[in-house]
Design a protein around this ligand. Structure first.
Ligand code: UDP
Length: 331
């Protein structure tokens, strides 16, 4: 039986996808440089290679040695703020990394890849909910490199025998319900884990960035989607390519928007903690509202998010953060 190669399988969304792949009976090989991923997040049943996707020799060795049927690619830098301060790191890791990967895939005749894209490819949306056919005009370097990756896949697929699925995630959140793995970033910048640091006694209050947006309560609106639902979409996308599906792009979100204040309020309800909040200035580069239309993924891939309810999503995150207050212990 051949294996699925998961690049970045020790990271947040990658590790959850590996667990779901193995639950689905797949064999998995992981390549991860552990720069932001964690050894403890690596599923014990996967074959693991520590290394960087810019290392052509390593990729060639993996494709030579392992029987790889398709690739799922998460190995990229993903912090918006960092991308504005250190754009070349993003060009190197995200674009050069993908270029090396594609060269090696083409040389080895590997013809299927599913990869992480982002709502940040759209920039400030033209209309809500956002459709895959809408204008893409990123407002940060992270989104720009992801959009360039999509274009690199497109032109490579035109020239070579290769098909891809690009999955544009909205706000990934939550943790595996059995509590084995969850979200851990250093530094943490995402709203839900930061909120949960308050009831976990690691932060006195949550900052609310901006209260003067043109939204129902003045705070930003986002579409929060559970990490296991994202993981399931990757498996469906891989199977779609295995069944001969053409290259394609899909949004992945719940199609429901929650304001920052609503997320804080839900976390208060779930944790039973008052979670003090302070309203502060806007964070640079934040669009006011991002909500996905995921109708295409539902129709074409048969995707059906299981965790549509924000209380349940935050409950899974809270279970993880309570049992792992300092994230993973070992890098
Ligand atoms: N946010 C906030 N306080 C924080 C972190 C985030 O108010 O401490 C807001 C942020 O401005 C955005 C939303 O929460 O409107 C989600 O931010 P996050 O960084 O989680 O995801 P993003 O939408 O930037 O990908």
């Amino acid at each position: 039986m051949s294996s699925v190669l998961v690049l970045g399988g020790a990271g947040y969304i990658g590790s959850h996808t590996v667990y779901e792949l193995i639950d689905a009976g797949e064999k998995v090989v992981i390549v991860d440089n552990l720069s932001t991923g964690f050894w403890e997040a690596v599923h014990p049943g996967a074959v693991f290679y520590e290394g960087d996707i810019r290392d052509r020799e390593l990729l060639d060795l993996v494709f030579d040695k392992e029987d790889i049927d398709g690739v799922i690619h998460f190995a990229a830098s993903s912090q918006v703020g960092e991308s504005m301060k250190d754009p070349l790191k993003y060009y190197s890791n995200n674009l050069c990394g993908t270029e090396v990967l594609l060269e090696s895939m083409v040389a080895h005749g590997i013809d299927k890849i599913v990869f992480s894209s982002t709502a940040a490819t759209y920039g400030e949306p033209e209309s809500i909910p956002i459709l895959e056919s809408d204008r893409t005009l990123p407002t940060n370097c992270y989104g720009e490199t992801k959009l360039s990756m999509e274009k690199m896949f497109h032109w490579t697929s035109v020239a070579h025998n290769l098909r891809y699925v690009s999955l544009r995630y909205f706000n990934a959140c939550g943790a595996r319900p059995d509590g084995k793995i969850g979200e851990a970033h250093d530094p943490e910048t995402h709203l839900i884990p930061l909120i949960l640091q308050v009831p976990n006694n690691q932060r006195d209050y949550i900052s609310i960035f901006g209260n003067d947006y043109e939204t129902k309560d003045g705070t930003c609106i986002r579409d929060y989607i559970h990490v296991n639902d994202l993981a399931q979409a990757h498996i469906l996308a891989l199977n779609y390519l295995r069944d001969g599906g053409e290259s394609n792009i899909f949004n992945l979100g719940n199609g429901v928007g929650f304001s920052v204040k609503e997320v804080v309020e839900t976390a208060r309800k779930v944790t039973g903690h008052p979670i003090p909040a302070k309203e502060e200035a806007r964070r640079a580069g934040d669009p006011s509202t991002l909500i996905a239309s995921s109708e295409k993924a539902k129709e074409v891939l048969g995707w059906n998010p299981e965790f549509a309810d924000l209380d349940t999503i935050i409950q899974t995150a809270w279970n993880w953060h309570q049992s792992h207050p300092h994230g993973y212990q070992n890098k």
